[in-house]
Design a binder for this molecule. Structure first.
Ligand SMILES: Cc1cc2nc3c(=O)[nH]c(=O)nc-3n(C[C@H](O)[C@H](O)[C@H](O)COP(=O)(O)OP(=O)(O)OC[C@H]3O[C@@H](n4cnc5c(N)ncnc54)[C@H](O)[C@@H]3O)c2cc1C
Length: 229
């Protein structure tokens, strides 16, 4: 994901808690709430870490970010979603921007933007908030699809869990730039060093073979296909 949206919360600072205080690689941490919003806006896939029946599970899942809330959804039978409201969770969002190739293997690294959110999610039961949260999720991954595709039926809504997690306790970390060993003794080794950038793009649309041949894709999808993710 390479095109962060403009921050909806300029000038806000992330509160530092015992959990969010950066300890290692502190210089990559940021207290800028706008940086957090940009990392969240640039993606739609997170990893939800939760202890289920005494065992840690880290579950990849889609999310929607709306102001101070992160929404996740899944089947009402999803074990990680059932366990989450009673337990603390840790959610991460990660974007890899490049490989940092140093003179020494020790100094190799990754250019990245990442966010971590700690908290206890609440199940969303209010029908209006549930629809709004599902819309947020859908639009974050596939902008334009909420208005284009059929909306969830009552039965489908009943089969779907939606959880809301506050962004009150969140951190963001960003690494940019070249390797760190350009001014150390290894600079004299005569080895190439630098960054191999990673860019993500959407491909061309692949129509469902079951479609009638004359059914054209909607404009919001043709505009997005083969563009930077
Ligand atoms: C793609 C990628 C690859 C990485 N590879 C490595 C690696 O190989 N080795 C390595 O040591 N580190 C790596 N990191 C950094 C790693 O994520 C941690 O930030 C770092 O290791 C410090 O971890 P810690 O357990 O000491 O956390 P601490 O510094 O103790 O964490 C304290 C608090 O800081 C915040 N925090 C920590 N890490 C992050 C983060 N990445 N994003 C947002 N908030 C954070 C959290 O709120 C956390 O509770 C990588 C990060 C990314 C995104």
């Amino acid at each position: 994901m390479t095109s962060p949206a403009p921050s909806p919360s300029p000038g806000r600072t992330l509160p530092e808690t015992a959990r969010t205080r950066h300890r290692r690689l502190r210089e990559q941490g940021s207290l800028d709430r706008g940086a957090l919003d940009a990392v969240l806006a640039a993606g739609f896939l997170c990893h939800l870490g939760v202890v289920v029946d005494g065992t840690p599970m880290v579950v990849p899942t889609v999310y929607g970010a709306d102001g101070d809330t992160l929404y996740f959804h899944g089947s009402v039978a999803s074990r990680s979603l059932i366990a989450s409201p009673g337990a603390g969770v840790c959610v991460t969002v990660t974007h890899v921007d490049g490989l940092v190739l140093a003179r020494s293997v020790f100094e190799h690294g990754v250019n990245y933007r990442s966010a971590m959110v700690h908290g206890t999610p609440r199940p969303v039961t209010d029908p209006e908030e549930k629809l709004a949260g599902l819309r947020c999720l859908t639009e974050q991954a596939a902008p334009g699809q909420w208005d284009y595709a059929r909306r969830p039926s009552r039965k489908e809504l009943a089969a779907t869990s939606l959880l809301a997690l506050s962004l009150d306790e969140a951190s963001v970390k960003i690494r940019t730039g070249p390797p760190d060993d350009g001014d150390g003794p290894d600079a004299a080794l005569g080895l190439w060093a630098g960054v191999l950038p990673l860019h993500t793009t959407w491909g061309a649309l692949e129509p469902d073979p079951a479609l009638p041949a004359d059914l054209a894709p909607p404009a919001h999808l043709t505009a997005r296909a083969a563009s930077p993710a």
